[in-house]
Structures are given as structure tokens and as C-alpha cells.
Design a protein around this ligand. Structure first.
Ligand code: CA2
Length: 153
């Protein structure tokens, strides 16, 4: 993958993540979504990639975004849709761009209905439980994956 900023990574935030920092800080921390995006932007600059951000509380809007995106790969926190949305999974698989699934919390240490992810088996990697750092680790992993894939071709 090119090291120029044209290589675009899409960062996708699912439902309720717009509330970050305002509710349930004991579970999700005190950072707001703007803080998360600022940290991801700073790392993207360091890594030499461009990022765009999309948050929606609506399943169809997330799917339309995935279908219409010019990104070469995605960092996805699908929120509650992680556990329920066959349609979002289908969209990610259909566009055939590598993605990393990330979660602020450790979904495996929470309610059993959060243990299952409909996205994980097609992801290049999954990062859970590190708060904002889950996004940063996910971005690092995705960029490395894309660059190693390009080096092989
Ligand atoms: O840990 C994560 O990142 C989650 O994707 C967050 C989702 C949850 O449904 C997943 O199981 C795990 C929930 C996002 C809701 O975020 C809020 C933030 C502040 C206050 C209320 C909800």
C-alpha cells in the first residue's frame, strides 16, 4: 500500500458511539468520539495514511457508507450491530476490503450476547478491551497488513 496520504482508511463507528465520554464512563472511558478521532488522525499521520470517519446510529446508513467508500480498508467498531447485523457483515464482505474489528470494552468479559461477533471471522484481526487504544492498535495492524500484502504482489 502506498505510503502517500492517498491511501485512505475508513474508520466506522456504529450506534451510540456518539455518546462516548458522556455516559457509562466506567465501561467506555472518558474520551469522547472527537477525542478518539483525533487520536486516530494523529497516528494516521505518523503512519502516512489518510483516514475518514463515519458514525451512524442507523444500520442502513452504515451499509450505504461501506458500499460507497473509497477506502482501501476499514477499522470498524460496529457497536451493538457487531452482535446482530448480518447485513453489515454482508456489506463488508461484499466490498472485499480488509477490515479490523475493534471494541473499546472486552466484549468477551461482558454479557454472553456480546460474545458473538458476526464480523470477526472475516476480519484480518480483532482488538478488544483497550479503550481508545483498540482503535490505534487496529489501525497499526491494518496498515501493516495492507503494506505486507502489497509487498507480496
Ligand atoms: O466495546 C465496544 O466498543 C462496543 O462495541 C460498544 C457498544 C456495545 O454494544 C458493544 O457490545 C461493544 C456500545 C456502544 C455504546 O456506547 C456508549 C457510550 C457511552 C454511553 C452509552 C453507550
Amino acid at each position: 500500500m502506498a505510503r502517500e496520504p492517498e491511501a485512505l482508511i475508513g474508520v466506522i463507528h456504529g450506534p451510540n458511539l456518539n455518546l462516548l465520554g458522556r455516559r457509562e464512563p466506567e465501561v467506555y472511558g472518558r474520551s469522547t468520539l472527537a477525542d478518539v478521532n483525533a487520536a486516530v488522525s494523529a497516528l494516521a499521520q505518523e503512519l502516512g495514511v489518510a483516514v475518514d470517519f463515519f458514525q451512524s446510529n442507523t444500520e442502513g446508513a452504515l451499509i450505504d457508507h461501506v458500499q460507497g467508500s473509497a477506502a482501501v480498508g476499514f477499522v470498524v467498531n460496529a457497536g451493538g450491530y457487531t452482535h446482530t447485523s448480518v447485513a453489515l457483515r454482508d456489506a463488508l464482505v461484499a466490498v472485499a476490503r480488509p477490515y479490523v474489528e475493534v471494541h473499546l470494552s472486552n466484549i468477551h468479559g461482558r454479557e454472553s450476547y456480546r460474545h458473538r461477533s458476526l464480523l470477526a471471522d472475516r476480519a484480518v484481526g480483532v482488538v478488544v478491551g483497550f479503550g481508545v487504544d483498540s482503535y490505534l492498535l487496529g489501525l497499526r495492524g491494518l496498515v501493516r497488513y495492507l503494506r505486507e500484502r502489497e509487498d507480496r504482489t
